[in-house]
Design a binder for this molecule. Sequence first.
Ligand code: HEM
Length: 402
Amino acid sequence: MPDATTLADLDIDGIDFAFEDNPDLHATLADLRARKPYAVVPFAGVRAIALLTEDLVAAAFRDEKIFPAKAIYPLSTGPVLGHTLQCMTGREHRINKALVSRPFRRLATAALAEPLITPIAHQLVDAFADRGEADLVAEFTTAFPVRVISALLGLPDRDVTDMARWAHDLFNFPVDADAAMRASREFTEYITPVLAERRVNPGDDLISTLVGENVEGEELGDDQILAFLRLLFPAGADTTHLSLGSTLSALLTHPDQLDLVRADPDEQIRWAIAEGLRWEPPVAMLPRFCPEAVTWEGIDIPANTPMIFAITAANRDPATYPDPDRFDITRQVMPATAFGGGPHACLGNWLALVEMQTALAVLLERLPGLRLRAGAEEQARVTSMVAAALRGPRSLPVEWDV
Ligand code: HEM
């Protein structure tokens, strides 16, 4: 059996995969993958194993025994989010996930598009449509998923600014732990009385639904609901805003593809979103952990080895995606691991897809001739964020015909 001293030599040096943006990330990962399906890479001052093919990343997500989520999340998010689904395993995880799943099913989320999600997209666009130019990250993509979550929770519009600040600060936990702890405290203080009220007077919002659920005789306690609601910010808002931004960045820098979408939005918007998720998945380099020494898929992994599930490398695996660096919505495939897999697979994938499809439809409808501002390609580039796990554009300076 391998032990902690036997992790192979580094396959690459000079870049820390935990903290540093690598402007040539895709080329770097492709070079490594051409040598073997995984690589030993520098990660937060130690060595990690990055899994680089779709087969390995998909298998790793399924293997909760070898790479249990609970080996990392209590440390990486526990202090601010609490004991979330991601910290659970086995029966506890199965029951808790079943208790929160119903409102996130495909049909339930599709039913939200017209009454809840589309009006939010229009409201945000109303604020700048007449102006002819905007930064879509600052004025649309960041705000949109937070507004959707606030509305799902049945919270008043006036509290949206606080929600957006908490979302931003929780997102930045690895960079500013104090702000994240403060956001966690403030949100919990704000939402606790709301939860108590919904227990007494339930409505048709998400919190009231969670309060009423019962699986195998078990119900959600306050602590479980509060942890779940805190998790909705990093899991549900940040991922979606980065992904929407990356897809817009891809379309705006590939005008031929944007023309295809414009020509047949009803058919092509969903494929543009799917290809955006493949081309630049927001959860790009997901850190996990291997607690026990093991030989897995022929790889000797010492105990306590940090792992990177390199979804972004899996999504450009030439064995699955021919000419993988080309952004091409005519592939018409949903990438297999953008939403994770196995027991901890994303709960919100259907909601995320409906949100992004709705947003893109509204933006194209309301902003005729939408295009990147001349010379803004570098600003709109997709880059690594908050450590290097997540990716998205920092700004999207655009203009349109008014
Ligand atoms: C484009 C948008 C999204 C992407 C790419 C995404 C991706 C992911 C990935 C990769 C995981 C697995 C993490 C792991 O195994 O360690 C995950 C888990 C999760 N996601 Fe998403 N997500 C998105 C949107 C959402 C939304 C909108 C929600 C809810 C409102 C959500 C809720 C969750 C939850 C609760 C989990 C944890 C599930 C568990 O541990 O059982 N996500 N997501």
